[in-house]
Design a protein around this ligand. Structure first.
Ligand SMILES: NC(=O)c1ccc[n+]([C@@H]2O[C@H](COP(=O)([O-])OP(=O)(O)OC[C@H]3O[C@@H](n4cnc5c(N)ncnc54)[C@H](OP(=O)(O)O)[C@@H]3O)[C@@H](O)[C@H]2O)c1
Length: 261
C-alpha cells in the first residue's frame, strides 16, 4: 500500500504542538505542502523548523491565527491559497479541554468552546469545501475526543462541542461524497502531547513525567497512553488516496478506552 501525499497541500490547525505537530510532520514527510496554524508565533517558528528537518522539497507555512474567530480564518485560508494554489486537506485539530459540572459552565465558556471547536470547523469548511468539490478531491479530518460518543460527568462543554462536530462531520461527508471530498473524524482517548505535559505541570504530582504517563495509561485497555506519531499515522492514511473509499466515519484512536465503537 502506498500512503503518499505528493502534490497535495494541507492546513493543520493547532499544528505547533502535540497531535497537530505530529500530523503536520507526517504529512510533510509524505510529500505534502503544509500550513500549521496556532496563536503563538514563537512556537509556530520552532514547529516549522522541526517539520523542515523531516520534509524535503515541500513548502511549510507557519501562520499565526486564532481559529475561534472568523476574520483570522479567512485571512489564513487566503494566505494558504496564495502560497500553495489550493488546499486539498484540512485537519481541524486546534483545541483545549474546558470541563466541569454542567450547571457551573457560563454562557461565555459555552460560546468560547463552540467557537474554538465547532465554529472553526464550520468557518474553514465554508471556505475550503467548495474548492475541494470543484477539483473533485478533498479530505477533511476533525480531531475530536471519545466523549463525543460517550460523554461522562463533568465533561461539558467539551463533549457537547465534540458531539456537534461529529454530527457536522457526518452531514458534510454526505455532501462531499459525490464530489470525492471525504470527511471523517478521529476520536482521541489519551495521547501524550504538550497538553498532557501542561496538566502534569499544573497537578505537580510527586512522580516523574514518565511515571505520570505510565500511571495514566493503566486505565486504558492497552495499558498505556498513545503516542502522537501513532495518531498521525491514522490521519495520514485518511488523508491519502489509500483511504479513497472511507468517509463519514468516526474512528476511535484510543487503545480501546471508549466504551462504545
Ligand atoms: N492529547 C489528548 O490526550 C487529547 C484528548 C482528547 C482530545 N484531544 C484534542 O486533540 C487536539 C490536539 O490536542 P493536543 O493534546 O495535541 O493539544 P496541545 O498539545 O495543547 O496543542 C494544542 C494546539 O492547539 C493550538 N490552539 C489552541 N487554541 C487555539 C486557538 N484558539 N487558535 C489556534 N490554535 C489554537 C495550540 O497553539 P496556541 O496555544 O499557540 O494557539 C497548539 O498548537 C485538541 O483539539 C484536543 O482537545 C487531545
Amino acid at each position: 500500500m502506498d500512503v503518499r501525499l505528493d502534490g497535495k497541500s494541507a492546513i493543520v490547525t493547532g499544528g505547533s504542538k502535540g497531535l497537530g505537530l505530529a500530523i503536520a510532520k507526517e504529512f510533510a514527510a509524505s510529500g505534502a505542502n503544509v500550513a500549521i496554524l496556532a496563536r503563538d508565533q514563537s512556537s509556530l517558528n520552532d514547529a516549522k523548523a522541526e517539520i523542515e528537518k523531516v520534509a524535503k522539497g515541500v513548502k511549510v507555512l507557519a501562520i499565526s491565527c486564532d481559529v475561534s474567530k472568523a476574520g483570522p480564518i479567512e485571512a489564513a485560508c487566503k494566505q494558504c491559497n496564495d502560497a500553495f494554489g489550493k488546499v486539498d486537506i484540512f485537519v481541524n485539530n486546534a483545541g483545549q479541554s474546558t470541563r466541569g459540572p454542567s450547571e457551573t459552565i457560563t454562557d461565555e465558556q459555552w460560546q468560547a468552546d463552540l467557537d474554538l471547536k465547532l465554529f472553526a470547523q464550520i468557518r474553514f469548511c465554508r471556505i475550503l469545501m467548495p474548492q475541494m468539490k470543484q477539483r473533485k478531491w478533498g479530505r477533511i479530518i476533525s480531531v475530536l475526543n471519545i466523549g463525543a460518543k460517550a460523554p461522562g460527568a463533568d465533561s461539558a462543554p467539551t463533549s457537547v462541542s465534540r458531539a456537534a462536530q461529529m454530527a457536522l462531520t457526518k452531514a458534510m461527508s454526505m455532501e462531499g461524497a459525490p464530489h470525492n471530498v471525504l470527511v471523517n473524524s478521529l476520536h482521541v482517548g489519551v495521547i501524550v502531547s504538550d497538553q498532557i505535559k501542561r496538566r502534569f505541570d499544573r497537578e505537580r504530582p510527586n512522580v516523574s513525567f514518565e511515571q505520570y504517563v505510565a500511571d495514566a495509561g493503566k486505565g486504558v485497555p492497552m495499558g498505556r497512553m498513545g503516542k502522537a506519531e501513532e495518531f498521525a499515522n491514522v490521519a495520514t492514511f485518511l488523508a491519502s488516496d489509500a483511504a479513497g473509499y472511507v468517509t463519514g466515519c468516526a474512528i476511535n484512536v484510543d487503545g480501546g478506552r471508549s466504551p462504545v465503537v
